[in-house]
Design a binder for this molecule. Structure first.
Ligand SMILES: [Zn+2]
Length: 191
């Protein structure tokens, strides 16, 4: 596995969950005070697929998601047959993984990284990857929170996977937590 994907994994597991928890924790605390308004919409767990409000939903990575959205994301992730940089067929066992991250084949990436190491730009490159990964995470995170708020009538999936109702009264609190979480993520950037 390349350094970038290791970095990505490490970053995803701890920090994204922490950012999510900031919002979820606040929400869970609020729902406890409003159990009288809690709508029972059933129980769904990771990988379940169900119909609701005319749309098809699933839970992926603990988040309730619209299926068509996921399909679009999957299409964007498709690996082409040939490397866009050297035009050779990508059939090395690491090509797919490397293409997903670097948009070039394993061999091209190795050559690219070696050049950077020789020219002394490796550190800067690593920093850029790290920071752009954080930018992507912030973007996804904002979409996730906005989705929670906008789908308030549909309810949301708590960390345990339970579908719960969402009160609009919580929105301003959630927005505040969102801003804090983004600040936290921004601080993880390399200067
Ligand atoms: Zn290539």
């Amino acid at each position: 596995m390349s350094n970038e994907s290791l970095l990505k994994k490490e970053f995803k597991q701890s920090d994204v969950q922490r950012a999510r928890n900031l919002v979820n924790k606040d929400f869970t605390a609020k729902t406890k005070l409003q159990t009288g308004y809690k709508k029972s919409l059933g129980y769904h767990k990771e990988g379940d697929i169900w119909e609701e409000s005319g749309k098809t939903w699933t839970i992926k990575n603990g988040i309730k998601q619209n299926i068509s959205k996921l399909q679009k994301a999957r299409e964007l992730k498709k690996t082409p047959l040939f490397c866009p940089e050297c035009n050779t067929i990508m059939n090395h066992r690491y090509d797919k993984e490397f293409y997903n991250i670097n948009k070039r084949c394993f061999n091209c990436q190795t050559v690219f990284e070696t050049k950077l190491k020789i020219s002394g730009e490796w550190e800067e490159y690593q920093k850029q990857i790290h920071n752009s990964e954080i930018d992507n995470t912030i973007q996804n995170y904002e979409m996730w929170v906005d989705d929670l708020i906008n789908n308030s009538n549909d309810g949301f999936i708590s960390e345990t996977g339970e579908l719960e109702n969402w009160s609009k009264a919580n929105t301003s609190n959630i927005v505040k937590q969102k801003e804090e979480a983004i600040k936290y993520l921004e601080n993880l950037k390399k200067k």
